[in-house]
Design a protein around this ligand. Structure first.
Ligand SMILES: *Cc1c(COP(=O)(O)O)cnc(C)c1O
Length: 302
């Protein structure tokens, strides 16, 4: 995606009493700086899908997501930037008031189709290819969230944009598991990967991540289910307070669906001696800041 600025990505060091006391290094990989909407891991996950669609001569991309989906927003932008038409199949009945995400996607030229939840789930699960073709003709379908092996190969490139060999630990938020599967693929044997699940009790994730991986997932890989704050896109005052205080001290904005839960988890894990002294931790800011637009105004400092 030519107009996106790779050079803006930075790795910011985070030093505070806790990291000093526990004698470890913490840094954050700012994928949120790539672009305000096509930010973070979604940009990486889309790369090989876009390339594949182009190679196969498709003119239209179709994908799935909820009304607040970062993936829908990112696909709408990426499709436009690459000269594709785009169709977004949105979970649930058409709302009276479109979310910020849907308005943005539509402004980018994405055509939106709303599907009742049960139908949406079925189409994703079953022979969706047939349904898609009957309804929309010849379109290139990208799985919800950019899930899949092509998404994973794209996510593996996250660790290749800078020298990441100095890190002993990588931490990322986990939705579908595609990103963390890519990070596992690109990390080396002496680097530990931890994923913080943003869904409640999504214990099928470990199998999903193994399915996405070309080789056995190393036994040191940890999926952590303790920081979902009630479930997907749920939040409470403690999480919002954390986002504000993190912003106050670092000037780094987080999103309430993914990266705030990840960062909250990182600090809590540090407090609980999850990382041995001397660890060099890279937390991956996977972007997704557009999701904060769905919070009531005035909740966040940024
Ligand atoms: C989609 C998303 C994730 C989750 O990525 P998966 O590959 O689905 O696990 C994490 N962080 C942000 C900001 C996202 O938008």
């Amino acid at each position: 995606m030519q107009e996106l600025q790779f050079t803006d990505i930075s790795i910011d060091s985070i030093k505070n009493q806790l990291t000093l006391q526990k004698r470890l290094h913490l840094a954050i990989l700012r994928l949120d700086k790539i672009h305000p909407v096509v930010s973070g891991n979604k940009w990486f996950k889309l790369q090989y899908y876009l390339r594949d669609a182009k190679k196969q001569g498709y003119q239209t991309l179709l994908t799935f997501g909820g009304a607040y989906s970062n993936h829908i927003a990112a696909t709408a932008y990426a499709a436009k930037a690459h000269g594709f038409n785009a169709i977004g199949v949105i979970r649930g009945e058409q709302p009276q008031q479109w979310s910020h995400t849907l308005q943005e996607a539509s402004t980018q030229g994405m055509q939106l189709t709303f599907l009742p939840r049960n139908e949406f789930a079925q189409i994703k699960r079953n022979a969706s290819a047939k349904w898609i073709e009957q309804r929309f003709g010849k379109v290139y379908a990208i799985p919800e969230g950019g899930y899949g092996k092509l998404g994973k190969y794209g996510a593996a490139n996250i660790l290749r944009i800078a020298d990441t060999s100095i890190y002993t630990h990588f931490v990322s938020a986990v939705g579908t598991g595609t990103t963390v599967a890519g990070i596992l693929q690109a990390s080396s044997a002496n680097q530990h990967v931890s994923g913080i699940s943003v869904m409640k009790n999504n214990f099928g994730l470990a199998d999903e991540i193994q399915k996405l991986s070309d080789s056995p997932v190393p036994p040191e890989f940890r999926l952590i289910h303790d920081y979902h704050f009630g479930g997907y896109a749920r939040y409470n005052t403690e999480l919002l307070d954390f986002m504000n205080s993190f912003y106050r001290t670092t000037h780094i904005p987080l999103d309430f669906v993914y990266t705030a839960k990840m960062m909250f988890g990182v600090f809590d894990l540090i407090r609980n001696d999850y990382f041995p002294p001397g660890s060099v931790i890279l937390a991956i800011h996977t972007g997704g800041l557009q999701g904060n637009e769905s919070l009531p105004t005035g909740k966040l400092l940024f």
